[in-house]
Design a protein around this ligand. Structure first.
Ligand SMILES: Cc1cc2nc3c(=O)[nH]c(=O)nc-3n(C[C@H](O)[C@H](O)[C@H](O)COP(=O)(O)OP(=O)(O)OC[C@H]3O[C@@H](n4cnc5c(N)ncnc54)[C@H](O)[C@@H]3O)c2cc1C
Length: 518
């Protein structure tokens, strides 16, 4: 990247690196323009900035562009080449490559705020087949939910990415912090990529900031970390969100046992991969499957709020009941605060996976033929065994057990505490932000981060960092779009963009249909 991609006046003329954070800046919650001038940090003015550049930034920018905000008024700070890069990496390593189907439904389209034409309709048109339409007509009673292929989501996002001129708004770099500005608005400190500019930091002075930084980090369970650090073996005991092809390859080379841990969709996908490989290559892989909570039947507080379950799993089409995105649970949660809100999250939360017919048939076959064994249990200890294996001591519901495995695939955790993310930690310590009843970032119904206002500026956040707020489905395509809509409505009320009324909406939808650049 060259200096001119970040319009820093005079940066290219400076002989030595300049412009870094000072102790004064680090310690102070509210900054003045003079403090940045003293630190020799160049300041760039832009009305709206979005931090992260993943799908949350993309759908928010999409909304604002559709609501009439020009590209010159928006900047997205990111290290990604495309908004779906991070997501594509996570789906690929957790066994959802482009050709496999995602979890969300046909109308959850991050490239299309109207959700119409849906992915199923588009697939039907592209393949000249009525099958996807017949499928959505009978789901979920006579068939599983129809869901799009990952590749379809990425390709369609790419079209919208060009249509809204997203690349013009991207500034590469890592955001270090956001601080409130005396006199209104915010300063966002960006560290440009090494060698891109002589200044070490650039400050973007904006009225509005949107934070969409995704997952604060991978959550490695202590037993996994202990094993890896003690025995310096990073290839046998893995988190499913890390590349772990080596385990499948080892199982191709020699017969062995693998231990899978977790009861969510990633565990389902990993099992599918193991069983597909077993079938396709004639392998004799043995699968042990540990559930911390073993669900043996339908569960829930009332007859009308029960979730199916069995064989260890809790079953649900999507990660929450569907009414969370637009029905009675959405309306109910919007009215709750504090412990009442936390209690409702507790009722419908919990790990679950879709009950897909294909997965059920594979596991049934595995149970009957004795090569798939699921149990309630936890790992007590792990140590290296003979020939590159791992000796696992288990605490199961029926007592201690031992297993010698080729690999352990942990499918339990992606989500670390928000404090592990530097920008979020800084917002908690210096930005006035607080935690919600689930200990994540506390946001208003408009997705403004409570406590961070710097009049007339506003700081918004969306995505998983805000789970526990008035709207539960935040970490999904549709949830990110609903958050974007709330943010756009709030910005329209302040005169920053046009309101998305029926005339603008139909007009913009037609432009979308025609693929017209805006
Ligand atoms: C395996 C998996 C499957 C999923 N499947 C579905 C599905 O089928 N349907 C669905 O609706 N949802 C799904 N989700 C949930 C959700 O839609 C995605 O995780 C989505 O990518 C979240 O978007 P985001 O913008 O919040 O985070 P991301 O897309 O992860 O983007 C955030 C970006 O911010 C960047 N960033 C962080 N800190 C900084 C910083 N300081 N400076 C600059 N950049 C920074 C990160 O590099 C990251 O790339 C899935 C999630 C996972 C993990």
């Amino acid at each position: 990247m060259r200096d001119d991609t970040i319009p820093v006046p005079g940066a290219a003329d400076r002989a030595v690196a300049y412009g870094d954070l000072t102790d004064d800046l680090l310690r102070t919650d509210w900054w003045t323009d003079a403090m940045l001038a003293r630190a020799d940090i160049p300041v760039v003015d832009i009305p709206f900035v979005s931090i992260g550049g993943g799908i949350g930034s993309f759908v928010t920018v999409d909304y604002l562009r559709i609501c009439g905000v020009p590209p010159s008024a928006i900047r997205v700070f990111t290290q990604l080449d495309t908004p779906w890069e991070s997501y594509e990496y996570l789906t690929r390593v957790s066994q959802i490559p482009r050709g496999e189907r995602l979890r969300s439904d046909s109308a959850s389209c991050p490239d299309n705020i109207w959700g119409f034409p849906s992915y199923a309709l588009r697939e039907a048109m592209a393949t000249r087949s009525l099958k996807p339409l017949a499928h959505v007509l009978v789901e979920p009673i006579f068939d599983d939910y129809w869901t799009p292929k990952a590749g379809q989501a990425f390709d369609s996002m790419e079209q919208e990415y060009h249509r809204i001129r997203y690349p013009e708004m991207v500034v590469k770099g890592q955001v270090r912090m956001v601080r409130r500005r005396m006199g209104g608005g915010y300063f966002t400190i960006l560290t440009p990529p090494a060698g891109a500019t002589r200044t070490k930091r650039v400050a973007f002075r904006s009225r509005y900031v949107h934070v969409a930084v995704g997952y604060p980090g991978l959550k490695f369970l202590p037993d996994l970390m202990d094993y890896r650090e003690t025995y310096r073996d990073f290839g046998s005991v893995v988190n499913a969100y890390e590349p772990h092809e080596q385990i499948y390859e080892r199982l191709h080379r020699a017969p062995g046992t693998v231990l899978v841990r977790g009861g969510g969709i990633v565990a389902s996908r990993v099992l599918q991969r193991l069983i597909d490989d077993r079938d396709a290559r004639g392998l004799s892989t043995q699968i042990l499957h540990a559930f911390r909570t073993f669900v043996d039947g339908p569960h829930g507080p009332h007859a009308w709020m029960r979730r199916p379950g069995g064989d260890g799993w809790a079953y649900q089409g999507f990660n929450y009941p569907k009414s969370v995105w637009g029905g009675q649970l959405k309306a109910r949660m919007r009215k709750l605060d504090g412990q009442d809100r936390a209690a409702l999250y507790e009722v419908f939360g919990g790990t679950n996976t879709p009950k897909r017919r294909g997965w059920q048939a594979q596991m049934r076959r595995g149970r009957q033929e004795g090569w798939y064994r699921a149990f309630q249990g936890e790992i007590a200890t792990m140590e290296p065994g003979p020939q590159g294996t791992v000796q696992v001591q288990l605490k199961t519901a029926t007592g201690p057990a031992r297993a010698q495995v080729m690999g352990v695939i942990d499918c339990t955790g992606l989500e670390a505490d928000i404090r592990e993310h530097r920008v979020l930690a800084d917002l908690l310590d210096h930005g006035g932000a607080g935690r919600n009843p689930l200990r994540r970032l506390d946001v208003e119904r408009t997705f403004e981060v409570r406590g961070t206002r710097s009049e007339p500026g506003r700081l918004y956040a969306s995505g998983t960092a805000t789970l526990g707020g008035y709207f539960p489905g935040v970490d999904t395509f549709l949830g990110l779009q609903i958050a974007a809509q709330e943010i756009a409505d709030d910005l329209a009320a302040q005169g920053f963009c046009q309101a998305l009324g029926p005339v603008r909406s139909v007009n913009q939808w037609w432009k979308w249909v025609c693929g017209e650049r805006i």
